[in-house]
Design a binder for this molecule. Structure first.
Ligand SMILES: [Zn+2]
Ligand SMILES: [Zn+2]
Length: 283
């Protein structure tokens, strides 16, 4: 079976440019934001870029293409104004994803600051339900695990499982497993034993079958530090042993792997892609 691995690529200039950027990096899957991730506003997609995007989606052998929600929305927010803005952005970005025929849409967890954890989980669950209704089976919404900590709704696997079970539509809502976030949340991935225990816990709560995408990031932050600080694969606190174990796992290795690693003088995207592919073959 082909190992599917790619990275997050820019849509700068036009959304369809993402394909060429991904091809240059030898990705056979990739992830994008469908709009500028740093603001609330969105420039309308024009006919040409939509057409070109869909055509390439059909013709190029890069799949799945995955979209990720922008940074600002907080789908667990207890602040009415932020909540409204977040829902509007969520639905708008889902629409853009649908227009581009993208099959997966990743949302990060949210913060329930000012409320209780139960209220946060309820708000977050209801937000996702709005999204599920909106897309009507045409794209899968993936909840990404977070690095947890204060006011966070998706740092603990059993909390994510609770949300997924509450929604009770496994075709509509699945999970994106981010290795850096899991490590930050306190799930050990540094040793063979750590990976085994973490995946056992994931299997018994979320179920590995419900994990649709892996975000492969090493962690600059310590185990359980609740820090979301990505590092090059093998050079962080998870390290080579952990990633070798993860990337050769019989179930996880069949899922698409997306890198969200830094680009700096140490390594760029293609170096991290090569490194992960090298570990994949090192059985
Ligand atoms: Zn991620
Ligand atoms: Zn992150």
């Amino acid at each position: 079976m082909v190992f599917r691995v790619g990275c997050h690529v820019s849509i700068s200039g036009s959304v369809d440019f993402a394909f060429e950027r991904a091809r240059k990096l030898c990705c056979n899957t990739f992830q994008i934001f469908t709009k500028n991730p740093r603001g609330w506003s969105a420039k309308q997609l024009n006919e040409n870029e939509i057409k070109s995007f869909r055509k390439q989606l059909e013709q190029r052998k890069m799949f799945p293409v995955i979209s990720h929600i922008s940074y600002l929305p907080n789908l667990a927010s207890q602040n009415k104004e932020i909540y409204e803005k977040s829902i509007n952005s969520f639905l708008l970005e889902l629409d853009r994803s649908l227009t581009l025929d993208i099959p997966y849409f990743i949302i990060h967890g949210g913060s329930y600051k000012g409320g209780t954890k139960d209220q946060g989980i309820e708000t977050y669950t209801n937000s996702i339900l709005k999204g599920v209704e909106h897309v009507n089976g045409k794209t899968v919404i993936l909840i990404e695990n977070s690095s947890g900590g204060k006011n966070s709704v998706s740092g603990v696997f059993s909390d994510i499982a609770k949300i997924v079970n509450e929604i009770d539509d496994k075709k509509a809502v699945q999970v994106c497993f981010d290795t850096c976030h899991a490590f930050g949340a306190g799930y050990d991935l540094e040793s063979k034993r750590g990976v085994f225990n973490t995946l056992e816990e994931m299997e018994s709560s979320i179920g590995l079958v419900n994990v649709a995408v892996i975000h492969a990031n090493d962690s600059k932050g310590e185990l359980g530090s609740h820090r979301d600080y990505h590092e090059h694969i093998g050079l962080g606190k998870i390290g080579e042993v952990g990633f070798k174990e993860l990337v050769n796992h019989p179930i996880l290795s069949k899922k698409p792997w997306i890198l969200e690693t830094p680009v700096n003088e140490t390594r760029g995207d293609s170096d991290n892609l090569d490194y992960l592919r090298m570990l994949r073959n090192k059985v």
